[in-house]
Design a binder for this molecule. Structure first.
Ligand code: HEC
Ligand code: HEC
Length: 475
C-alpha cells in the first residue's frame, strides 16, 4: 500500500479535525498524528481504542497535572519544545505543565503572576522541552559538590537541579533501565536492576514505583496513587507501541516490502527482545554474537521500483532512507573518551558503529543497562550547552576535579566513574519529539548527527547526513 501526496494531505487535515472531535475520551487505534516529516501512530497491542480517560490522564495530585501533561500521544508520548511553546501561547502559560515546582527554570525568585513573568520563568520548558529534575547527592558519594553555577537560581549543593527531557512512555517493554540515570532501576532507590533472569517482573515493579514518584513529585500529590491506579497506569503504558507510520516523501513506511510503523514493532515479528539481546560486549544470554546490523526495516528499499513521476520521487526518498539505514548499521566510528566504554574496557579507541551503543534490534536503545558519557553534557560539547548549570565536583580521595552540566548516574551510585553517564534511549518515534539528547541540546536530528560527526571525527558527508536524517525520521 502506498499513499500519494494528496491522500496524505487529506489524511493530515482529517487527522487534525478528528483530533478536535475526539473529545479527549479515546483515540482510535493507529490514529494518524501528523508531525514535520510524516505521521506517527500508536498501536494498542491490547487492541481497541487508546483510552484517554484512565489514571494516566487523570489529575491525581494537587497541581492539575496528569502523566499526559508531559507524555503526549502526538509527541511520541513525550513532549516537543514546539508543541509546548504552542501550548504556552494557547493557554497564556497557564496549562498545568507550567507549574513552578519543576516546570519552571527554578521554583523561587520567579514571578508567575504576569504573562511576561511566566514567559521568563518557563523559558527552558518552552525553548527546549526541559523539566527540572532534582536529585540529592548521596551522603556516601566518592565526591563532593564544590560549586554550582546556575543562572536561574536553584544552585543548592546538597540537592542538585538538572534539566532533562521527558522520556517516552511507550515501547516500554524494550527498556533495560528506567529514567536517564537509571534511578528507578537501582537498589539505592528501593527498585531493582533489570536483568534477563528477572524480566519483565523487574520492569513492571519499577514502573509501578515510578508512577508513585511521578505522582508525588510532578503532580505534587500528598497521597500516592492506589495500587489499582498504579496497576492501571503500568498496564496502559505497557500496551503501547509507537513509531512513525507514514513519511511525506516516501509514503507508507510498511509499503514496498518495508517493515516500518508501529504494528510490526508491537507484534514483535521483527523486534524480538530480551534483556541483553545483541549485546555489543558479547553478553547476549543466548550466546548469540553481536551484529552491528541493528535496523532491518528498509532492506527492501535499497532498489525500490518507480512508476509515474510522483512514484519516482517516492522511490528516491525510499532509496535515501535505505542508505541512511545502511549508514547507521555500518559507518565506522572510532569511539574514544566515552566513560562506560573506553575506561571500563581500558581501551583508548574502540572501533564501532552507531549500533555499538544502540544495540537493540529495530529499537535502538542499549539492550542492557549501560550508562555512558558520550559528552552531551560536557562543557566542551560541540553543541551549545551554555543554558545549563555547571557543577564542579571533587573526588574526596584523589582531589581530582570534574565539571559537568549533569552528573547523571553518579548521583544515584555515588561513584566517581559514573559522573555524566546516562542511558541511550529508544530511537523509535524520533521525529515527533525534538529536541534530542537528555538536555535538549540537539534542536534537530541534523544537530544530533553533527554532534557525533564532530565529537568522534566520523567524516560524515552532507549526502550521508541527509540520508541519516531521512532514515531517523522514519523511526
Ligand atoms: C512535569 C512533567 C512530567 C509529568 C507530569 C510526568 N512525567 Fe514522566 N518523565 C518526565 C521526565 C522529565 C522524565 C525523565 C526524567 C529523568 O530521567 O531524570 C520522565 C520519565 C518517565 C518515564 C521513564 C521512561 C524511560 O525510558 O525510562 C516513565 C515510565 C514516566 N516518566 C512515566 C510517567 C507517569 C506514569 C506519569 C504520571 C504518574 C508521569 N511520567 C508524569 C516528566 C514528566
Ligand atoms: C558511544 C556510544 C554511542 C554511539 C557510538 C552512538 N550513540 Fe547515539 N546515544 C548514545 C547515548 C548514551 C545517548 C544519550 C545521550 C544523552 O542524551 O546524553 C544517545 C542518544 C542518541 C540520540 C537522541 C535520542 C533522543 O531521544 O534524544 C540519537 C538520535 C542518537 N543517539 C543517534 C545516534 C546515531 C545516528 C549514531 C551513529 C552516527 C549514534 N547515535 C551513535 C550513545 C551512542
Amino acid at each position: 500500500m502506498t499513499v500519494n501526496k494528496r491522500q496524505m494531505l487529506v489524511m493530515v487535515v482529517g487527522g487534525w479535525l478528528s483530533n478536535f472531535a475526539a473529545n479527549g475520551q479515546s483515540l482510535p487505534n493507529l490514529f494518524p498524528l501528523p508531525n514535520a516529516s510524516g505521521v506517527l501512530e500508536t498501536y494498542n497491542t491490547g487492541n481497541g481504542p487508546i483510552d484517554l480517560s484512565g489514571p494516566f490522564f487523570q489529575s491525581l495530585g494537587t497541581n492539575g497535572r496528569s502523566c499526559g501533561s508531559c507524555h503526549r500521544p502526538a509527541q511520541g508520548w513525550g513532549i516537543s519544545a514546539a508543541e509546548v511553546k504552542t501550548r504556552f501561547f494557547l493557554t497564556l502559560g497557564l496549562d498545568p505543565i507550567f507549574r513552578p515546582n519543576d516546570g519552571a527554570n527554578c521554583d523561587h525568585n520567579i514571578d508567575t503572576s504576569t504573562l511576561s513573568g511566566r514567559q521568563k520563568a518557563y523559558s527552558l520548558l518552552t525553548d527546549k522541552g526541559l523539566i527540572r529534575v532534582q536529585v540529592q547527592v548521596p551522603a556516601a558519594a566518592e565526591f563532593s559538590v564544590v560549586s554550582v553555577a546556575n543562572r536561574y537560581g536553584c544552585g543548592d549543593l546538597a540537592t542538585l537541579s538538572m534539566y532533562r527531557r521527558p522520556l517516552p512512555t511507550t515501547n516500554l517493554r524494550f527498556l533495560s533501565t528506567l529514567m536517564w540515570d537509571g534511578r528507578e532501576s537501582s537498589t539505592q532507590t528501593g527498585t531493582q536492576k533489570i536483568t534477563f533472569a528477572t524480566n519483565p517482573g523487574d520492569l513492571l515493579a519499577n514502573l509501578a514505583h515510578q508512577s508513585v514518584d511521578a505522582t508525588t513529585i510532578h503532580a505534587q500529590a500528598s497521597t500516592p496513587p492506589t495500587p489499582q491506579q498504579q496497576q492501571a497506569i503500568v498496564n496502559f503504558e505497557m500496551a503501547l507501541a509507537t513509531a512513525q507510520a507514514f513519511d511525506y516523501g516516501a509514503g507508507a513506511l510498511n509499503g514496498y516490502g518495508a517493515n516500518g510503523g508501529p504494528v510490526r514493532l508491537g507484534t514483535q515479528t521483527l523486534a524480538g527482545f530480551y534483556v541483553g539481546i545483541n549485546d555489543a560486549l558479547g553478553g547476549d544470554p543466548h550466546g548469540i554474537p553481536f551484529t552491528p546490523v541493528i535496523f532491518g526495516l528498509y532492506d527492501a528499499w535499497a532498489n525500490p521500483p518507480g512508476h509515474d513521476s510522483e512514484e519516482n520521487d517516492q522511490a528516491g526518498r525510499r532509496a535515501s532512507i535505505a542508505r541512511g539505514q545502511a549508514l547507521f548499521n555500518s559507518k565506522p566510528i572510532n569511539i574514544t573518551g566515552v566513560a562506560g566504554l573506553n575506561d571500563d574496557l581500558n581501551l583508548a579507541t574502540i572501533p564501532g558503529t552507531c549500533g555499538t551503543c544502540h544495540d537493540s534490534p529495530n529499537v535502538g536503545n542499549h539492550s542492557v543497562s549501560a550508562p555512558l558519557n558520550i559528552g552531551v553534557g560536557d562543557l566542551n560539547s560541540p553543541l551549545d550547552v551554555s543554558y545549563l548549570p555547571v557543577f564542579t565536583l571533587q573526588n574526596k580521595t584523589t582531589l581530582e576535579i570534574k565539571t559537568t552540566t549533569d552528573p547523571g548516574r553518579a548521583l544515584i551510585t555515588g561513584l566517581w566513574k559514573d559522573v555524566g553517564r546516562l542511558k541511550g534511549p529508544i530511537l523509535r518515534g524520533l521525529p515527533s519529539r525534538a529536541p534530542y539528547f537528555h538536555n535538549g541540546s540537539a534542536n534537530s536530528l541534523g544537530d544530533a548527527i553533527d554532534f557525533y560527526n564532530t565529537r568522534f571525527n566520523i567524516g560524515i558527508t552532507p549526502q550521508e547526513k541527509n540520508d541519516l536524517i531521512a532514515f531517523l525520521s522514519t523511526l
